[in-house]
Design a protein around this ligand. Structure first.
Ligand code: NAD
Length: 396
């Protein structure tokens, strides 16, 4: 079949297997060109198929030479439907890891469920013995609670007051006002249940009880802070409240794992084009402005550059892991440089539909959005008839 992008709002419902494989290979090549990371040996990545989780898995495997288990929620192709991008990414990763003689396994299913946790534990026991790094990088709109069965939905809304700011339709370049009404108490509760720390805590508890963690094991999850302009809808909104919960969980896990010399961190990462960030109003326009300013300053990074720097200069730095006054790892340091933020804020004030392509890198944003699904990738013939069915090597 000939696979072209089909979009519905901020989602693309098709993905290209060869394009996704090329994007994964590009990340692998980036890491292989860098000095090796003296890092983990056996790694579990929960949310491993796209974005920061995929990049963490690639750095673990190709930077540190680690065996990896990836847990993710993606679908294979069926009939006229292509597989999801995460499926194609993971198939490419599994193939490359096997060729590099690294042990590597995929578990596909709902990470929030007890079943997937038990299957993962069995797999660790039978294939790896114990793990020394657990990366928690799930981003999901929904969660079914494994004990109560309640289905929670997350919302991205401000708290207390209506939020009004500029936003962009990144397909057309139309800059308009987004108005977002404040969340209800129940929406806040549900968002914390989906994107907060409860599931991360459950994973660590169950892994610890099953005795599949090494003494000194490390765990990490990801957060975001960002600029003043997005605070009301992000950091001070429902999702920020969930991130506060995630960060509080890291402190608890640090005490829990600390008893055997282990560590737990939250890393604050840079704003990047991923399937999750495309769904947040205002953020794509901010990212476009940020990309322009960071590219012009030679400071731009994508997921893989961020994760390589996180592993080599923070998590596994020989001088220890530097954290801020709240105990957070800050790999968003370049994004948050005062001169970068000042320039973004200056552009933000002037932004309109007429000047959006001049003041921001909306073109770059759009291109990267399609690249998430394997499109707009050099060297791929998008007119070629290809088989969307790609088998997942090492699927457990
Ligand atoms: P993403 O959408 O690219 O990846 C999410 C991953 O979670 C995918 O592998 C997906 O398969 C998996 N997943 C979703 N639901 C699942 C489920 N029920 N079971 C198993 N796997 C499931 O997201 P991302 O942007 O890389 O975000 C990862 C983390 O990084 C999040 O905590 C996010 O808040 C944080 N973060 C993102 C940004 C950004 O700009 N994108 C910035 C800073 C921090």
């Amino acid at each position: 079949m000939i696979i072209q992008p089909k979009t519905r709002g901020f989602i693309c419902t098709t993905a290209h297997p060869d394009g996704c494989a090329a994007q994964v290979q590009k990340q692998i090549d980036y890491v292989k060109d860098k000095p090796p990371v003296k890092g983990p040996k056996n790694v579990l990545v929960i949310g491993a198929s796209t974005g920061y989780g995929l990049a963490s898995r690639i750095v673990s495997a190709f930077g540190a030479g680690a065996n990896t288990i990836g847990v993710y929620f993606d679908k294979p192709a069926e009939g006229a439907r292509t597989a999801s991008a995460g499926w194609y990414n993971s198939a490419a990763f599994e193939k490359a890891a096997s060729e590099a003689e690294l042990k590597s396994y995929s578990i596909v299913g709902d990470a929030f469920s007890d079943d997937i946790k038990s299957r993962t534990i069995e797999l660790i026991r039978s294939e790896l013995g114990k793990i020394d790094l657990i990366v928690y990088s799930v981003a999901s709109p929904r969660r079914t609670h494994p004990k109560s069965g309640e289905v929670f939905s997350s919302v991205i809304k401000p708290l207390g007051e209506t939020y009004i700011n500029k936003t962009v339709n990144f397909h057309t370049g139309d800059v308009t006002q987004a108005t977002i009404e404040p969340a209800s108490e129940d929406e806040l509760r549900q968002t914390i249940a989906v994107m907060g720390g409860e599931d991360w805590q459950m994973w660590i508890d169950q892994l610890e009880q099953a005795d599949v963690l090494t003494d000194g094991a490390t765990t990490i999850a990801y957060s975001y802070i960002g600029p003043e302009i997005t605070h009301a809808v992000y950091r001070d909104g429902t999702i920020g409240a969930a991130k506060n919960d995630l960060e509080a969980t890291a402190h608890r896990l640090a005490d829990q794992l600390g008893a055997t010399g282990g560590r737990a961190f939250v890393s604050v990462n840079k704003a990047l084009v991923t399937q999750s960030s495309a769904a947040i109003p205002v953020v794509p326009l901010y990212i476009s402005a940020l990309y322009k300013v960071m590219k012009d300053s030679g400071l731009h990074e994508n997921c893989i550059e961020q994760m390589y720097r996180l592993f080599s200069e923070r998590l596994y730095s020989e001088d220890g892991t530097p954290v801020d006054d709240k105990g957070l790892i800050r790999i968003d340091d370049l994004e948050m440089k005062p001169e970068i933020q000042a320039e973004v804020a200056k552009r933000w004030a002037e932004l309109t539909t007429e000047n959006v392509y001049e003041l921001t890198d909306l073109k770059g944003y759009n291109k990267e959005f399609f690249q998430l699904f394997g499109f707009e990738t050099d060297g791929i013939d998008y007119e070629a008839d290809i088989d969307p069915n790609v088998e997942m090597p090492n699927l457990k």
